[in-house]
Write a protein that binds this ligand. Structure first.
Ligand code: ZN
Length: 327
């Protein structure tokens, strides 16, 4: 029971199922993989099945629910405070696990964003791992094992989580949110294999805002006459849309435009439901100029993180868009 709710990750699930069957649960696991692909869910499902509430991880009893909700007394979660996991957090964890578990023979300690441990915290955590820890199972989550101390990595059983396939994500979204096939396909395409990202995209309303955003984008391009002649960026980017999300949408839009211009099948587009508009736009496009646009957008998104002047960034981009589209 239990692991059926996990999308993708069949290798990890198979490995853990076998470990449970053989009663060979490791002392520490390192779950490596991108955000939003199910690392925390798998950790909780493993905990539910191992904690021994005589339900085999039914997911409906009180214990299973409290594990899934993260409020079971024998499931400890360590997560960054102010972007870091501090040595104080690890010290208090060490104190806490000196006591026996409350309800279960096994206690699970989930360290989320384990790579956010400071060096002192990492060294303290290494000591915790090295101490006799009967009855404690540690699960560390990180996008990349290279970000952790090698001495920590070597004490963990490493399980690699991959991105989830577009088909699986689209199917999940259609079933759960009752979306149109094209909408589910778009979310799956922009999610980059992360269910979390797909759902966030939808919850921010970006799916439904695309028509307005793309229309305003081309209209704004038509209005701009050249350097310095475009309006302030807040006229172009709707006030309630995060500029970084806006640029991400444009990035996917221009990738589709290039794909359309070179004759890629529209099933492979991010925005399949805009194929007609894309085809029309791609006819006037200067392909050799459009090809560099995704790179320029990526660069602008990175600069945005460094608090560069948004108006200037957008101004430069707009000239590139205008030239590329031949507007
Ligand atoms: Zn249960």
């Amino acid at each position: 029971m239990g692991f059926e709710v996990v999308l993708g990750q069949s290798r990890v699930v198979k490995y853990l199922k076998r470990a449970i069957q053989k009663n060979r649960i490791a002392h520490a696991y390192l779950f490596v993989g991108p955000q939003g692909v199910g690392k925390t869910l798998v950790a909780k499902l493993l905990a539910a099945q191992v904690m021994g509430h005589n339900c085999n991880g039914c997911l409906v009893c009180r214990s299973c629910k409290s594990i899934l909700w993260g409020n079971h007394p024998d499931l400890l979660t360590v997560t960054p405070l102010n972007k870091e996991v501090t040595i104080e957090q690890i010290r208090s964890l060490r104190e806490e696990i000196l006591n026996p578990p409350f309800e279960s023979p096994t206690r699970f300690i989930l360290v989320q964003y384990a790579h956010k441990m400071t060096l002192e915290a990492s060294n303290a955590f290494l000591k915790v791992l090295e101490e006799p820890n009967k009855g404690n199972v540690f699960i560390l989550e990180s996008p990349d094992e290279g970000l952790l101390l090698p001495t920590i990595v070597s004490r963990c059983v490493k399980l690699q989580f991959g991105p989830i396939s577009k088909e699986e994500i689209a199917f999940f979204l259609r079933e759960k949110y009752d979306l149109l096939p094209d909408e589910a396909q778009t979310l799956a395409a922009v999610s980059n294999g992360s269910i979390k990202k797909a759902v966030q995209f939808m919850e921010k309303g970006l799916l439904k805002r695309r028509a307005e955003i793309f229309y305003n984008h081309t209209e704004a391009l038509k209005r701009t006459l050249g350097e310095g002649a475009f309006g302030p960026h807040d006229i172009i980017i709707p006030k309630d849309v995060d500029p970084s999300d806006y640029l991400f949408l444009l990035l996917t839009w221009y990738r589709d435009l290039i794909a359309s211009a070179v004759g890629v099948e529209s099933q492979l587009f991010f925005h399949q439901d805009f194929r007609t508009k894309l085809k029309e736009l791609s006819k006037g496009a200067q392909l050799h100029l459009v090809l560099s646009i995704p790179l320029e957008i990526e660069r602008a998104r990175q600069d945005m993180g460094k608090e560069a002047n948004l108006g200037l960034l957008m101004g430069e981009l707009f000239l590139a868009f205008k030239d590329g589209l031949g507007i």
